[in-house]
Design a protein around this ligand. Structure first.
Ligand code: NAD
Length: 443
């Protein structure tokens, strides 16, 4: 009997669409990934426990407050009103779950993956695991995590057997905060299981939540696919950053180069330079792949290491460009007032994790600049105790020796900035084409 036949014949029953209408779903982690998942699951009829170890997040959710950009407070209130959403920090609420999805953080610690949050979540779930249940990992991680950590951890905590008594799968999240075109439902979802029955169960579950599910050959392939997607962007952005520095040095406008190159209808895809990369997907996730390759094969992935270096150097490049811009006005950075516009890692969101604004502000402060920040979207910024927050006004623009656009939020009044600022360094090529000239330049 083939391995898969053994699973299909086992007591573990695939969790089909019909069997699980209104079944109990636990979402471990109510952050940027877990909260939108909970919203959608409540929408389609699941009873959802939104479990998180962060007491503040849970008390906010209980009070109907969202801490995630793409989820409005009204969506939380609507979920609570159905009576099918329970935000909780109490492990007792995990009891009797049918499906659990793990969406906990996977940061890097000293260059190595920190999977301790996954281990903790698995330990908690394992204590409540029942035969027939399905556990799916969504956190971004190195290929092999689902088998090594989720399966083995659940087995150890429950005494049950993965693929025999319960199903396990992996489904990477592709959420793109601030993207108005592709949302949770319309973005195709890659799904995988540790065996055929698990794959069917994972596909059936996500088939209720999204328009299109795409089965991968196995959990390692699905884990790798997520890292491929992020590495692809990371490397291509690094290439554009490297070319931007080179083009600037030889007097060529890289943005114009990309604009004409992208008219090629095949074999080219535009990526753009910027002040560096932020969030989790680019600065952190590709390193998981490089780490795992080094662990198993004794060598890192060179493209990823190089992309890390290039993207990491961009804030310093922006500082050098600012220095040069001020120099032309016969001003040193030391003592100059520099207005930083936008500190989120991308536009229209409040997330500052790994934002290039952090090393940029740090370096400007070290050089003695008087840094002021305007970001109406970000509630709290790492340097709030060292830099003043200011309004975006004619007076503030006129008072600044240099303005640097780090994050191009749509709400900024670009016409006013162009009209009032003495000197603007635009790291996002956001101004109207005619604005670039004496007082506005792009990287
Ligand atoms: N944010 C994105 O755009 C995005 C996109 C794709 C994938 N991812 C990946 O998804 C995962 C989660 O990312 P996120 O942005 O939602 O992180 P987040 O920090 O916003 O949310 C994670 C939540 O998990 C909670 N948590 C920690 N330990 C826990 C535990 N043991 N049990 C329950 N909850 C626990 C944290 O308190 C936090 O609220 C990461 O692996 C990330 O790389 C994120």
């Amino acid at each position: 009997m083939a391995a898969n036949d053994a699973v299909v014949d086992s007591t573990y029953a695939p969790l089909g669409v019909q069997e699980h209408d209104g079944s109990k779903l636990v979402v471990m982690g109510q952050g940027y990934v877990g909260l939108p998942l909970a919203v959608r699951a409540v929408d389609v009829g699941f009873d959802v426990v939104g479990f998180d170890v962060d007491k503040n997040k849970i008390s906010g959710l209980v009070a109907g407050l969202s801490h995630v950009d793409d989820v409005d407070d009204s969506a939380i209130t609507a979920m609570l009103e159905t009576g099918r959403y329970l935000p909780s920090e109490s492990a007792a609420h995990l009891i009797d779950f049918d499906i659990a999805v793990i969406t906990v953080p996977t940061p890097l610690r000293d260059g190595s993956p920190d999977v301790s949050y996954i281990v903790e979540a698995v330990d908690l779930l394992g204590a409540f695991l029942k035969p027939g249940a399905l556990v799916v990992l969504e956190s971004t991680t190195y290929p092999g995590t689902t088998e090594e950590i989720v399966c083995r951890g659940l087995e150890a905590a429950s005494g049950l057997r993965a693929g025999h008594d319960f199903g396990v799968g992996y489904s990477p999240e592709r959420i793109d905060p601030g993207n108005a075109h592709w949302d949770f439902t319309s973005t195709p979802k890659v799904v995988a299981g540790i065996d055929e029955a698990s794959t069917r169960a994972v596909a059936a579950f996500y088939g209720r939540l999204v328009d299109t599910v795409v089965p991968a050959a196995g959990t390692k392939e699905a884990e790798f696919a997520k890292l491929l997607e992020n590495t692809f962007r990371h490397v291509n952005i690094a290439l554009m950053n490297e070319l931007a520095v080179s083009a600037g040095g030889i007097g060529v406008d890289i943005w114009n180069v990309i604009d004409v190159a992208k008219t090629k209808p095949f074999g080219f895809m535009p990526f753009y330079p910027g002040p560096g990369v932020g969030g989790h997907c680019l600065p952190i996730d590709p390193s998981y792949l490089s780490w795992q390759t080094e662990r198993l094969l004794g060598r890192k992935i060179r493209f990823i290491e190089l992309a890390n270096d290039v993207n990491h150097e961009m804030p310093s490049h922006v500082v050098e460009r600012l220095q040069a811009g001020l120099n032309r006005q016969v001003k040193p950075v030391n003592g100059s007032r520099i207005l930083v516009l936008g500190v989120a890692y991308k536009k229209n969101i409040q997330d500052t994790r790994e934002s290039p604004a952090i090393p940029l502000v740090e370096q400007l402060l070290e050089l003695g600049a008087e840094v002021v920040v305007h970001d109406p979207v970000v509630a709290s910024f790492e340097f709030d105790d060292q830099v003043s927050r200011v309004e975006l006004s004619s007076e503030e623009l006129a008072a600044a020796d240099a303005v640097v656009l780090v994050t191009d939020h749509d709400s900024f009044d670009y016409q006013m900035i162009a009209a009032e600022a003495d000197y603007v360094l635009d790291t996002r090529r956001r101004f109207a084409d005619g604005d670039y000239g004496a007082n506005i330049e792009s990287i």
